[in-house]
Structure formats: C-alpha cells, structure tokens
Design a protein around this ligand. Structure first.
Ligand SMILES: [Zn+2]
Ligand SMILES: [Zn+2]
Length: 135
C-alpha cells in the first residue's frame, strides 16, 4: 500500500488526504492556467477520481467549471486556495501540487502548453534570489 499524503488550504479550513499513487504530474503553462492560478503555470498531479479522503471543510469547497471548455477549479471559499477536483470528463482527480503538505514521490514529468508560456517566466528565473524579502 502506498503512503498517504495530506494536504490543506492556506487557512486550514479544508483538509484532505490522498494515496501517494499518481498517474501523471504536469506543469501547465496555458493561458487559462495562468488566469486560474494568477501565476506562470499550474503544477497539477493526476490520480484516480476516488483517491481522496476529505478530512475537513468539504462544504467550504467551491467548484468552478468553464461553460464550454474543459476547465475546472475547486478552491476554499474562505481563503481561495486551490484544492483537488475531479475533471469535467470525470477521468481523473487533479491535485494542485502546492496544496500537498508532503513531497509526492512523483516529480513533474512534463511542461505542457509551453507555446503559451508567460512572457515573464524566463526573465523571472534570471532575477536575483533572496531567502526572504530583498534586502
Ligand atoms: Zn482555506
Ligand atoms: Zn493549463
């Protein structure tokens, strides 16, 4: 049996666990993921739709589904953090990697939709690094 990983939103209202058993891990750079995350790309881990146990706050999860395209997101209605959701075709549970508290054994396998990559992504990696706020 694989080890369980726990996850939660920033405010802690929503908590869940998943088996550390995943089928894919993609970093998606598409424009829609940029909008949904407010960042350069989405880090999404795919697993079986039934691989989730909600431990707290399931009733605080708000779901969004794009009217015409295959885009969904679930988030904590208190703090807005991304939490796991089942895709529109109901074939996968998608776990936002940043919602996990522990390291999954699977590393990202691919960067996808890089043709739509944020224009500031590469220059961002070249910027100076600080362990906290810049001095
Ligand atoms: Zn929250
Ligand atoms: Zn995307």
């Amino acid at each position: 049996m694989s080890k369980k990983l726990t996850g939660e939103c920033l405010c802690g209202a929503v908590k869940f666990s998943v088996e550390n058993h995943f089928k894919a891990f993609y970093q998606c750079h598409c424009k829609q993921c940029q909008k949904l995350t407010g960042s350069a790309f989405a880090s999404n881990i795919f697993t079986e739709p039934d691989n989730i146990q909600w431990l707290a706050g399931k009733e605080k999860v708000t779901e969004y589904e794009h009217e015409t395209r295959e885009f969904s997101k679930s988030f904590c209605s208190v703090c807005g953090s991304a939490v796991p959701f089942i895709n529109k075709t109901k074939t996968s549970l998608i776990v936002p990697a940043g919602s996990l508290n522990e390291l999954p054994t699977m590393a990202p396998q691919a960067n996808i939709f890089t043709s739509e990559e944020a224009c500031w992504l590469k220059s961002g990696f070249k910027a100076e690094s600080f362990s906290g706020f810049p001095k």
